[in-house]
Design a binder for this molecule. Sequence first.
Ligand SMILES: [Zn+2]
Length: 180
Amino acid sequence: MSKHNFFKVQGGNFPSEDQVLDTKTFYRNAVEIYKRFDDWKDIDKFYFIPLYMEMTYACSGWVAEIARDPVWLGTFVRNTIKHRDLFTYKCPECGKTVLPYRYCGSPLSGRVDLEGYCECGWKGYEEVSGWRVRATALRDEVNKDKFRHFKFRLFHPKSAGTVAELLSFLELWSIGDSNP
Ligand SMILES: [Zn+2]
């Protein structure tokens, strides 16, 4: 069963092609987006950009999730920065801290891959153990943002931005350029 079938079967959030592409835009620009967190963290339409990172796993009839898709961009970035001991690691090439753009793993193996890249050009992932503690940390942070999200949706229904719009706001990319 493919990931997308899984969402259909569960009646969960089924990402559009554009939303999946927008999540990939986040992957490519994660280092800059982390760096500029203070510039956009108070702007709800950017904070609540939905990311579809496929952090939910179906294992023979039961579902395990680091977090259910979508995870809000602001929550994900804040979670990584806040829990550095759990979600960041040293670049094996230059020793700088890598802030990953994606976590994936399995509760069966207990391992998590923290996928990221470094400003020096290194790209890859760090494999760590401790699936449960990471899943718990991220879910707690999602829960903390639920009230803010509720207020945002109440006053601004369907106005979450996109990663491309955020990059444009940060003047890292102009609308019209291809492949941000
Ligand atoms: Zn490096």
